[in-house]
Write a protein that binds this ligand. Structure first.
Ligand SMILES: CC(=O)[C@@H](O)[C@H](O)COP(=O)(O)O
Ligand SMILES: NCC(=O)COP(=O)(O)O
Length: 246
């Protein structure tokens, strides 16, 4: 039975800090608590508009994260330079639009293969493992393979946003098929976006999926029960799902 790993995204600890321009709550501290509670990695998304995670957070967490730091970023020269400076364990290349409330879709690797391959090469040469945040789509998976990226992260947002059971099941089948197709191609498969305590089980049960990156739902839960409990509860659910006990 393969292990399922939890990457905790602490962006929205920083959202609360940026709301008032204070120095608290600190995503660095939240990351440490999450790791002590069983997180297998920490994810942060340095957006071009710095609406939550800022450059200071990347610089410090590149030194303090004890598990693995996953830096999500747009495919730009600025972000590639920042990643090569701080050398997180992972970089996950994501699409970004300033006007978006949150990430809306997967990266168009097919339509931007040359630019993405150049970024993957630079980051790989810097010793960073690159993941591409893509929709559950075979053409995007094939292009990801061609780019040289060893990992993909399947966008689970369409599954999470499904408006009824039929749509949710259809999206689940797409993700399961994509995970299997990608793993058969030799890609390492992660998943994330919009996962929470009531929709995570079927995704965590998929044997090809190595790691789930989950943020908003864990931080929202942490507001009520604390970061330690929120992380432990999510990790327990994921492990039970993978072991077929949930
Ligand atoms: C790529 C992805 O799905 C998230 O990790 C991303 O960070 C979402 O953006 P916000 O954290 O700004 O909502
Ligand atoms: N890549 C997904 C991620 O890091 C967290 O997304 P969300 O759980 O905040 O939607």
């Amino acid at each position: 039975m393969s292990e399922i790993l939890l990457g905790v995204n602490v962006d929205h600890i920083a959202t609360l800090r940026q709301a008032r321009g204070t120095t608290y709550p600190d995503p660095v501290l939240a990351a440490g608590i999450a790791e002590m509670a069983g997180a297998d990695g920490i994810t942060i998304h340095l957006r071009e508009d710095r609406r939550h995670i800022v450059d200071r957070d990347v610089a410090i967490m590149s030194q303090t994260v004890q598990t693995r730091l996953n830096l999500e970023m747009a495919v730009t020269d600025e972000m590639v330079a920042i990643a090569c400076e701080h050398k997180p364990h992972f970089v996950c290349l994501v699409p970004e639009k300033r006007e978006e409330l949150t990430t809306e879709g997967g990266l168009d690797v097919v339509g931007n293969l040359e630019k993405i391959t150049e970024a993957v090469t630079k980051l790989t040469d810097a010793g960073i493992l690159v993941s591409l945040f893509i929709d559950a789509d075979d053409e995007q998976i094939d292009a990801s393979t061609a780019s040289g990226a060893p990992f993909i992260e399947l966008h689970t947002g369409h599954y999470a946003d499904a408006e009824d059971e039929a749509e949710q099941q259809a999206e689940l089948k797409k993700i399961a098929a994509a995970a299997s197709y990608a793993a058969d191609k030799g890609l390492k498969v992660n998943a994330g976006h919009g996962l929470h305590y009531h929709n995570v089980l079927p995704i965590a049960a998929m044997p090809e999926i190595i790691e789930l990156n989950i943020g908003h739902a864990i931080i929202a839960r942490a507001v009520m029960v604390g970061m330690d409990a929120a992380v432990r509860e999510m990790k327990t659910l994921m492990v039970q799902a993978r072991q077929g006990e949930a």
